[in-house]
Design a protein around this ligand. Structure first.
Ligand SMILES: Cc1cc2nc3c(=O)[nH]c(=O)nc-3n(C[C@H](O)[C@H](O)[C@H](O)COP(=O)(O)O)c2cc1C
Length: 241
């Protein structure tokens, strides 16, 4: 093992911050690490918006499904899948005249932008954790499309895909269990997923609570925030149709 592996293996999300400011140099290191991530075609089809003002953080604490701890963070990085800048570039250079097929960014551009943005986000998380700064992803940033577009002044062909809130912590929470490797990592090809596989995969959870499935579904997929996320994402996706 080495220090990087030890760091990766000690990851936990942090939802309680101690109020200590993050130094500007550290913000720069985190953002620099994010930008060093692999990026499809070296296009960097993403943008990073640094959020540090109390007002913006308070707004996000409400708009991201009312999660008050967001307002206590000292930094939030918004990772935006962004095909707008390349689209503007192609427009300015008259690419659609030379290539009449070009009608704007495609679904592939979108997926690559999402992948780029998430790679950058995870690099930022690792860099922050290496500096002793705790992090938490906020998936609810994909909700409230109209509100977040206006709040961040997002143009067409962009979608906020990850918000990562950061701050120092007093005590680090315990590691959360993961599914066993046998349910996640396969050799060469995808295996047949039979009833035994599913029963074994969820046996730990169901030992604790036999109604794990309906309770989980009710808490997540059947919850208002999840329905809002579906509505909002559908609006974003229309741009790449
Ligand atoms: C895409 C994504 C979205 C997430 N959204 C939220 C969120 O909105 N609020 C929250 O408290 N945690 C959120 N999390 C953190 C997960 O709940 C957390 O990673 C998971 O429970 C495993 O815990 P651990 O990170 O401490 O190991 C999110 C994580 C990911 C990867």
């Amino acid at each position: 093992m080495n220090e990087v592996i030890d760091l990766l293996k000690s990851h936990t999300s942090i939802r309680k911050f101690n109020g200590e400011e993050i130094k500007k140099e550290d913000v720069d290191v985190i953002v620099g690490a994010a930008m060093r991530g692999a990026t499809a075609g070296n296009m960097m089809a993403y943008s990073i918006i640094k959020v540090q003002s109390e007002d913006m953080l308070k707004n996000l604490a409400v708009s991201c499904d009312n999660q008050p701890f967001i307002a206590d963070a000292k930094l939030a990085l918004l990772f935006v899948a962004d095909n707008y800048k390349w689209h503007k570039y192609f427009e300015q250079r008259g690419i659609n005249e030379e290539f009449p097929d070009y009608k704007g960014p495609s679904i592939s551009d979108f997926m690559l932008g999402v992948e780029d943005a998430m790679i950058a986000a995870q690099n930022a998380v690792i860099a922050a954790e290496s500096l002793g700064i705790g992090t938490c992803y906020i998936g609810d940033i994909m909700e409230q499309c109209e509100y977040h577009r206006e709040l961040f002044n997002l143009p067409e062909y962009t979608m906020p895909v990850a918000l990562v809130v950061m701050g120092y912590y007093d005590t680090k929470p315990k590691l959360r269990d993961r599914f066993d490797k046998s349910f996640v990592v396969f050799d060469e090809v995808y295996p047949e997923i039979n009833n035994d596989f599913i029963n074994e995969m969820f046996s730990e959870e169901e030992k604790k609570d036999k109604d794990f499935a309906p309770k989980f579904y009710k808490r997540k997929m059947d919850a208002p925030f999840f329905k809002e996320m579906i509505r909002s994402i559908k609006i974003y996706l229309k741009q790449w149709e």
